[in-house]
Design a protein around this ligand. Structure first.
Ligand SMILES: Nc1nc2c(ncn2[C@@H]2O[C@H](COP(=O)(O)OP(=O)(O)O)[C@@H](O)[C@H]2O)c(=O)[nH]1
Ligand SMILES: [Mg+2]
Length: 218
């Protein structure tokens, strides 16, 4: 085994140990955790802004924002009304790791019902790093094209839920959302599916209803 492969294996093993510890901590806190992954610009932050606005006062939402640089997304979701927000800047790393989430969690209030992690925009690396979440959510946007599920199967298999965003653009793109779903299901037949336009509001009730169903009651 080459030295590079050995180091990668070690990093992943260390991440798995921390992720298991995080999972215990989430259970103790009765905190539902969702890890949202996508390519850059698919609409993660916009979806989170609209989610927070819709669920404000009903569910206490914490958000961890992962970005290479800037705190722009953290400011956006904070302004939208999230109850607790932390920005993690990875300074170049292409994914969040369990250790980063564990550190951020130290300042989280016990009152949170749900923690949503916005991972770094990237369809490869985030899929390999367990954050102890209940559900991995892949957010695809129609503008990426139909071929992405088959080109990035690792990501589509790592997630239990697929949200197809920007459905408002379907007529302009001359794309069939159903065909995108069928493509994704050939890669992972177990995907739970949502169709949204974070901009226009389509599908947000269904999406927010599902998030609400993840909340662990007292
Ligand atoms: N047309 C359309 N644009 C969207 C939608 N959701 C997000 N956008 C736009 O896509 C761009 C990237 O959104 P952002 O939420 O920052 O993506 P992120 O990088 O995945 O967090 C912004 O210009 C948004 O206004 C949508 O449902 N429809
Ligand atoms: Mg973002």
């Amino acid at each position: 085994m080459s030295r590079t492969i050995k180091i990668e294996k070690k990093i992943l093993e260390k991440n798995d140990v921390i992720a298991a510890r995080l999972r215990d901590e989430f259970t103790k806190r009765k905190l539902a955790v969702v890890n949202i992954m996508s390519s850059p610009g698919a609409g993660k932050t916009t979806l989170l802004e609209e989610t927070v606005k819709k669920l404000a006062g009903k569910i206490s939402i914490g958000i961890i924002e992962g970005d290479i640089a800037t705190d722009r997304d953290a400011r956006r979701v904070e302004e939208a009304g999230a109850d607790w927000v932390v920005q993690i800047n990875t300074g170049g790393r292409c994914h969040l790791e369990a250790g980063m989430v564990e550190q951020a969690l130290q300042t989280a209030p016990a009152s949170l019902d749900i923690l949503i992690v916005e991972n770094i925009g990237n369809l490869v690396c985030p899929a390999g790093f367990d954050l102890g979440e209940d559900e991995g959510v892949m957010l695809a946007s129609l503008t990426e094209g139909m071929d992405k599920p088959k080109k990035y199967p690792g990501m589509y298999r790592a997630c239990g839920t697929l949200v197809i965003n920007k459905v408002d653009l379907a007529p302009v793109l001359e794309m069939d959302v159903g065909e995108f779903e069928r493509e994704a299901l050939t890669v992972n037949p177990k995907l739970k599916l949502f169709r949204t336009s974070a901009k226009r509001g389509d599908g947000l009730d269904e999406w927010c209803g599902w998030l609400g169903s993840l909340v662990k009651s007292e």
